[in-house]
Design a protein around this ligand. Structure first.
Ligand code: PBG
Length: 281
């Protein structure tokens, strides 16, 4: 997508982190694209895996930047599913052990917050237990508690080469027509010890953000996903909408719905606009 790039773990990563910090952005979330994929996604928990190396480099050079990592199997496995496969379907419970290992390897490399995104049942408990037994009590868990089986992840999957090789994600992601299950899923993850909850995608799910907001005291994050960025960016490039106003309006809607924080591909641009408007007022 325009303005969105894969980064290598070298000066390019340093410059990007410098740029974001200068814009006043307090936190980043890392997604890894391994050199090789296999059945179980071994690169996901390799000590010299791409995310582990990126974390070490960022931690050393940017001590104040909050480092969040996505914890999931889909970018690392040949089949592209968010969990391990047994008999042609995702084996929820076998996946939990892997998620624990991934979270610990991220914490070891300097992650402040790990964010499991695979919608496996019991993932928060598994990760919290693994982190605590490895003495990483201070590493927090941001759960993608409410994640819908959405068409809006398209650009991300293309960039991460993580579209499922067979079937779809409806075994573990939620039905877009269902809001009661969202409140249930959020409650389960809170009970399992999540420190933050997330609703994803954001724009077509503002009512879900509101419903979860009313049920929990935990900080709530909205994920403004790749397809949502793509829609606004493409329309803006064609001159069909006023980008700045439209983007701020969409993000304000997420905030109004009850999100305390927003993950967005627009972060750097928005931070730049806000700095500009502060300096002119
Ligand atoms: C991995 C994951 C996905 C996204 C974040 N983590 C893709 C998916 O579930 O297919 C999507 C992010 C985006 O669209 O920006 N489970």
């Amino acid at each position: 997508m325009p303005g969105v790039f894969q980064l290598s773990v070298d000066e390019r990563l340093d410059h990007e982190a410098d740029r974001l910090e200068a814009l006043g952005i307090p936190a980043v979330i890392l997604f890894g694209l391994p050199a090789t994929k296999d059945e179980i996604g071994s690169e996901n928990f390799a000590p010299d895996g791409i995310v582990q190396r990126a974390l070490r480099r960022l931690r050393a050079r940017h001590p104040d930047l909050l480092l969040i990592t996505d914890v999931c199997c889909c970018e690392y496995t040949t089949h592209g599913h968010c969990g391990l496969i047994r008999d042609g379907t995702v084996d929820n419970d076998a996946t939990l052990e892997i998620l624990g290992r991934v979270a610990v390897s991220h914490a070891e490399a300097g992650a402040d917050i790990v964010a499991p995104s695979g919608m496996m049942d019991g993932m928060v408990t598994a990760i919290r237990t693994a982190l605590d037994s490895a003495e990483f009590q201070s590493c927090s868990v941001l759960s993608y508690a409410v994640k819908y089986a959405s068409a809006f992840y398209g650009p991300f999957r293309e960039a991460a080469d993580s579209a499922p090789a067979f079937g779809d994600r409806r075994q573990y992601q939620m039905d877009p027509a269902n809001v009661r299950e969202a409140v249930l899923e959020a409650g389960l993850d809170e009970a399992e010890g999540a420190d933050f909850l997330m609703v994803k995608p954001a724009l077509a799910y503002l009512d879900v953000i509101r419903a979860v907001r009313e049920k929990t005291k935990l900080p709530l994050v909205a994920y403004n996903v790749s397809g949502e960025y793509a829609m606004l960016k493409a329309a803006a490039q064609r001159g069909w909408i006023d980008e700045r106003r439209a983007v701020l309006e969409a993000l304000t809607g997420m905030r109004r719905a009850g999100a305390d924080a927003i993950i967005t591909y627009y972060a750097a641009e928005v931070a730049g606009w806000l700095q500009e408007s502060e300096s002119t007022t």
